[in-house]
Each structure stands twice: as C-alpha cells, then as structure tokens.
Design a protein around this ligand. Structure first.
Ligand SMILES: Nc1ncnc2c1ncn2[C@@H]1O[C@H](COP(=O)(O)OP(=O)(O)OP(=O)(O)O)[C@@H](O)[C@H]1O
Length: 277
C-alpha cells in the first residue's frame, strides 16, 4: 500500500519554480532516498509532504490524507527530523525527550530511545552543553520517540562521527524492519546506497531518475574494470567487460588488484545532475 502518493507537484517562490511537476510513490516499509544538489527542491517537497508548506499544484496523499488539510491525529503518525538542529536550552536530554514523547498518543519509552540514539551517557546533560553531533542525535531521538508510521529524515547524520553514523544506520534498518516507512534526504551517497530500498534524484525541481540504488541511472549497463600492471593503475568503463578480462587473462606479464564493479552511485549521480543542469 502506498504511504506517499505525489502527482505533478508544483511549488513556486515568486518567479522561481522550486518544484516543477514531481510525481512519486513510496510504499509502506520502504526507505526512500531523496538525492539532489543544493536548491533542487528536496526540502520544499518534503515540507509539503509534512504539511508545513502549501503547494501551488498537484495532488498529494500522505498516510491516506492531504497534508494541506490533515489534522493533529495525522501529524502524530509522522516523525520528523528537520534539517536544522533544535535549540539548545536548559533542559536535559532526558527531560526534553520525555517532554516531546508527551505529545504523542503511543510514544516509545524515552529512555530506550535515548539509548538507541547513543545518548545514554548524556541523558542527564543539558542540551546547550552537547556537541553538534550529539545534538543531532537528540533530533533523531525526538523524531522517533512518537513511534511514527512515517519518518522524514532531512540530512540526519550531519556532524555524526563514523561510529555514530554506523549506529544510526543500524537504527534505521531496525525501524524499517519493524515496518516504519522512511524518507531520507541526504548528500551522503554512501548513506543513501547503504539504506535506501529505492531513491529518486531531483534536479531543478524535477525527478531526473528513480529506481533501486543498484540500477538507478543505468548503473548496471556499464562496468568499471580496474587493475595494476608494470605501467601503473588502469581503469576502464565498458559495457562489455568480458573481452577485456580475457585479454588481461592472456597477458604474459601479471595483472594485480583486478576488480570489476558497477559504476559508483556517485559517478551516476554526478552524470545525472550534470545532464540536467
Ligand atoms: N522560503 C523560500 N522563499 C524563496 N525561495 C525559496 C524558499 N525556500 C526555498 N527557496 C528556493 O527554492 C529552491 C529549492 O530549495 P529547497 O530548500 O527545496 O532545496 P533543497 O534541494 O532542499 O536544497 P539543499 O540541499 O540545499 O537543502 C532553491 O532555489 C531555494 O532558494
């Protein structure tokens, strides 16, 4: 069943068209990645889906309702980790997470959420004393404490150290395995590749590619063959790797470090946004 249905979504800011006919569907339990350069329209699109921004055109259904007219009950089914971090302040992490849990009809246990977000040693610390990455973890805790059916994550791991990022990935996988639908906006392509079951690339307010991370943008149509020999490292992008491999196999001098890989998501992404600039 579709949790998000967007048809020909449009949004203008004065003369500037920020979202120019976006159509997409997200099914229950998917981790849907939204990629695109700065200014592509990702946050505008997501804020319309969250009911925080009005659209100028198109049809949108989120959890069966139009976000432009949905009420508090509908909102309590969403979890949102927006781009900007929450304010600091005099509350402790535990006080703040408990406070926000109180807004939801069936919240998760705040202490378990704090622990899952790697904040147990900071539960008693005041928000203003946290590092940037720790504050971001509080944002994630606030986004999931309501036990949302649909979770929006806008660049969630900015400022995370590598260990915290891996722990976050495992948290997201657990949430998805429990049936939470997740929309993940990120500039970290490795993050999207690791987590997304499907993704869309936005450029200039339009969807320029959509698919699973392994096939998007014709990723599997070509392979990258790389190896080393006496002349140094080599890298060839080809749609026919087998003849090249058999040539390399027949060489008198040895070839080392031979690898055959699909094109990286980064290569494909840069090509897509370059074509649609
Ligand atoms: N409130 C606003 N008023 C005027 N223009 C806006 C407003 N919000 C966004 N825009 C413009 O709309 C376009 C899309 O912005 P948006 O924030 O949706 O992009 P984004 O893909 O989320 O970018 P980023 O990766 O930088 O977060 C940009 O050109 C931006 O300058």
């Amino acid at each position: 069943m579709a949790v998000i249905e967007v048809e020909d979504l449009r949004k203008r800011y004065g003369p500037h068209t920020a979202v120019d006919g976006v159509t997409l569907t997200v099914a229950r339990g998917e981790v849907f990645g939204l990629l695109g350069p700065n200014g592509a329209g990702k946050t505008t699109t997501v804020e319309i889906l969250e009911g925080y921004r009005r659209r100028d055109g198109g049809a949108v259904r989120v959890l069966g309702e139009d976000p432009g007219h949905a009420g508090r009950r509908w909102r309590s089914r969403l979890g949102i980790v927006p781009q900007g971090a929450q304010d600091g302040g005099e509350l402790t992490v535990r006080e703040y997470v408990r406070h926000v849990a109180g807004f939801y009809p069936r919240p998760r246990d705040p202490d378990t959420v704090i622990e899952r977000c790697g904040l147990d040693t900071k539960a008693g610390a005041r928000l203003r004393t946290l590092s940037g990455g720790q504050r971001r973890r509080v944002d994630v805790a606030l986004g999931i404490v309501g036990d949302p059916e649909l979770l929006f994550l806008d660049e969630p791991t900015t400022g995370f150290d590598p260990e915290a990022r891996r722990a976050f990935w495992s948290l997201i996988r657990d949430l998805a395995a429990d049936g939470t639908t997740i929309v993940l906006t990120s500039h970290y392509l490795d993050e999207v590749e690791a987590l997304a079951t499907r993704l869309a690339v936005l450029a200039g307010g339009r969807v320029v590619a959509e698919g699973t991370p392994d096939v998007i943008g014709g990723r599997t149509a070509e392979s990258v063959v790389s190896w080393q020999d006496g002349d140094g490292p080599h890298r060839v992008v080809t749609d026919a790797p087998l003849p090249l491999l058999s040539t390399l196999a027949g060489r008198a001098t040895p070839v080392t470090g031979l690898r055959v890989q699909p094109r990286s998501l980064e290569d494909v992404y840069l090509e897509l946004i370059g074509e649609n600039r």
